[in-house]
Design a protein around this ligand. Structure first.
Ligand code: UD1
Length: 363
């Protein structure tokens, strides 16, 4: 028996870490592969150390390319690995290019695929992640979901008869495991900030950062908000490039920094007064932490963060963003409750299902 877990980009690491830990603890033979989609120290390596993950057995080193080139290189590289090692199950997570590419190769080789964080849908095909989600789910044999809406989406797409399992949220497993240590480091001090008295901003979606006019307008809005509360802005490499192209100084109390390692970022999130983001994962992390989250997008694929959690979809229009910031500062924001099964034990439930699946196939 051999299970292969594959990661590629930053958000994958937190989702796969609890699965890898659980597999290794149970003595399941494991092949750990990194596609190399993210490769910077700050986007990749540091996460392996902090999340106590083993070094990958294989690194495909694909790096940054156009979508087609990146996907193509992963297809070619992973096919060779799987042909040589013939895993009995491949585990992929989330919705990045690596996820869909690896699922495609495994499915064509007849290797069952387990998708961690299946079934999420923004219903917005202009997002590359939405295409990756749909493709991956339709190629998967085990679909592990984080919220009820995902089960409903899979049912609607005719996938309800596959192995759909609502197991909870693996990223929240990782958060719960590390949050106390992350807070104890008091990372806000490095930026001259006080707990509860700063906002965090993250931006990397193509729809927000690739269009210079949209990016300039959004940063203008955030600059106004930062007159009310300082805004710490860890800048994704993609966004950094765009800011250089934009070439004008950013007004207000906006404090730019490089992408942060997991523990520093988690500690900062946990004590932020509010978070402004276009990330998917951060919507979930703020819900788990009970921190107000203003999502700078038109939609979310994670509706439970709105129905149960502290997330609100505010878009990017200036008056809506500033109005929402003001509401948070006035204390007019729902505290939220933890969604069902976001209890730190999703990885365990998930690997129970994997073990049963492998036993059935071996029988
Ligand atoms: C990818 C995922 C996105 C996820 C995000 C988290 C896809 C389609 N997108 O977007 O879903 O939310 O990761 O970060 O898979 N770069 C570096 N160093 C790195 C990685 C990237 O400098 O280690 C720069 C490169 O200039 C690259 C750009 O960032 O061209 C974009 O990287 P890429 O992996 O293509 O997409 P992300 O925007 O990171």
């Amino acid at each position: 028996m051999l299970v292969s877990s594959v990661v590629g980009a930053r958000p994958n690491f937190m989702k796969i870490a609890p699965v890898v830990r659980e597999l290794l603890q149970r003595g399941v033979p494991h092949l750990f592969v990194h596609t190399g989609q993210h490769y910077d120290e700050s986007m990749s390596r540091v996460f392996f150390q902090e999340l106590e993950m083993p070094r990958p057995d294989v690194d495909l080193n694909v790096g940054s390319q156009t979508h087609a080139r990146q996907t193509a290189q992963i297809l070619v590289g992973i096919e060779e690995v799987f042909q040589q090692r013939r895993p009995d199950l491949v585990v992929v997570g989330g919705d990045v290019n690596s996820t869909a590419a690896v699922a495609l190769v495994a499915a064509k080789l007849g290797i069952p695929v387990a998708h961690v964080e299946a079934g999420l849908r923004s219903f917005d095909r202009s997002m590359p992640e939405e295409i990756n989600r749909v493709v991956t789910d339709h190629l998967s044999d085990l679909l592990f979901t984080t919220e009820e809406s995902a089960n409903a989406n899979l049912e609607r797409e005719g996938l309800g008869q596959r192995g759909v399992h609502l197991v909870g949220n693996c990223m929240v497993d990782t958060l719960r495991r590390h949050v106390d240590a992350a807070i104890a480091r008091e990372p806000w001090r490095d930026f001259g900030l006080d707990p509860g008295e700063y906002a965090i901003l993250t931006l990397h979606r193509p729809s927000n950062v690739d269009d210079m006019k949209a990016l300039g307008a959004l940063l203008g809005t955030i600059a106004v908000a930062s007159r009310r509360i300082p805004v710490l802005f860890p800048v994704h490499p993609r966004t950094r490039r765009r800011l250089e192209e934009l070439g004008r100084p950013i007004a207000g109390d906006l404090r730019l920094t490089d992408p942060l390692p997991y523990l520093r970022f988690l500690g900062l999130l946990a004590r932020a007064r509010l978070v402004l983001t276009d990330s998917g994962g951060i919507q979930e992390e703020t819900t788990a932490l009970g921190v107000p989250c203003l999502t700078l997008r038109a939609n979310t694929e994670r509706p439970v963060t709105v129905s149960h959690g502290t997330n609100r979809i505010v878009g990017t229009e200036r008056s809506r963003v500033l109005g929402a910031v003001e509401r948070v500062l006035l204390g007019d924001w729902p505290p939220g409750v933890s969604p069902p099964l976001w209890d730190g034990r999703a990885g365990r439930r998930l690997v129970d299902v994997i073990e049963a699946f492998l036993e059935r196939r071996a029988a």
